[in-house]
Write a protein that binds this ligand. Structure first.
Ligand SMILES: [Zn+2]
Length: 342
């Protein structure tokens, strides 16, 4: 490993776009599947990994939902979440805002309570033992109806003390943000942080309508915002963060290759862009691999990496005091011999 990749690996960072179900590594999927008597279309973990070739978002989602079906007990959700947090902490993730997709479990007859209790137990344990803070964001599946989303939302309210935010994920195409206007109004009324996927499959217009209709604090992905200069100007002015996932974008053919990714151009425009791993078990890398592969292909320099790491905390929903502490930690890491003042 070069000193530059060491530098990337060691810099404190936050992860803001991470689906916990997308961290289900094939080995754990096969083990949990066997334990629960759920048959999978793969004889072993290696065969599963080989099957992870996707042509677009939908082809990924088909495999993703099938794999998720092994998760049944509270222990399964606990193990899944703790495995991710251990990995994230080992890559110097200090703070993670984690998505979960309860509808993909309740639709299979799994109780919401089972899912959230297992996840929360791992979050509490990691908080105590791994030097990582966390927040939980409940995502609504946009390929389902708003009525189903609202039912999920109401069912989750008794657990509100464990849920920081509401997000919107799954198939963007054919499921515009307008479909979820009422649900996001409810989320705002209840005081949740709100985020939504947009501008991954959809173009700049999808990012625009998500901001105008759902009034979210962050856009997940958002890479296609670059097609609209006025929108870019507005995003630079408002500093609404964009949680970009480079390896995901390559695997799902949003860009043909990493050298064609627009992450560097987004940074140069002054957008509040962050690097994240999305569904790392399926896309070939956790947060450090995302940073390193993007940095290598796009020739990012030290200052770009520092900016990306700082953005990850600035874009988080942490308190101002906590953000300042992390920014200071990054400065101490990046400039160890200098007197750093903030
Ligand atoms: Zn995502």
């Amino acid at each position: 490993m070069s000193s530059f990749t060491d530098f990337i690996a060691g810099i404190p960072k936050a992860e803001l776009h991470l689906h916990i179900e997308g961290t289900l590594e094939p080995e754990l999927m096969v083990a949990i599947g066997r334990r629960n008597g759920v048959s999978l279309p793969y004889p072993d973990a290696e065969a599963a990994r080989k099957a992870y070739n996707f042509s677009d978002l939908q082809s990924f989602l088909d495999i993703y939902y099938r794999s998720t079906a092994v998760l049944i007990t509270e222990e399964d959700f606990y193990e899944l979440t703790l495995a991710y947090l251990k990995k994230a902490a080992s890559q110097q993730v200090r703070h993670a805002e984690i998505f979960f997709d309860p509808q993909s479990h309740t639709a299979r007859g799994i109780k919401f309570e089972t899912v959230i209790r297992g996840i929360e137990r791992a979050l509490v344990e990691a908080n105590r033992t791994l030097d990582i803070s966390t927040k939980l964001i409940m995502c609504i599946l946009r390929h389902l109806s708003e009525r189903e989303g609202l039912e999920m939302f109401d069912n989750a309210l008794p657990w509100k003390h464990w849920i920081a935010g509401i997000g919107l994920d799954s198939a963007e195409r054919g499921n515009p943000p307008e479909k979820f206007r009422t649900l996001f109004e409810r989320a705002h009324q209840e005081g949740f942080l709100t985020v939504a996927h947009a501008g991954e499959e959809g173009g700049a217009a999808s990012v625009r309508s998500t901001l105008d209709t759902l009034h979210v604090s962050r856009i997940d992905h958002g890479v296609h915002c670059m097609e609209d200069e006025n929108l870019v100007d507005e995003l630079v002015r408002t500093q609404i963060p964009l949680t970009v996932c480079p390896l995901s974008n390559i695997k799902l053919k949003v860009f043909n290759s990493m050298t064609q990714h627009n992450l560097k151009a987004m940074l140069q425009k002054g957008l509040c862009v962050t690097v994240n791993s999305d569904d790392p078990a399926y896309f070939g890398g956790y947060i450090n691999e995302n940073y390193i592969e993007a940095a290598t292909a796009l020739q990012l320099d030290r200052n770009d990496i520092i900016q990306l790491a700082k953005n990850s905390f600035i874009a988080s929903s942490l308190s101002t005091v906590h953000k300042q502490l992390y920014l200071k930690e990054i400065d101490h890491y990046a400039f160890p011999t200098e007197q750093v003042t903030i």
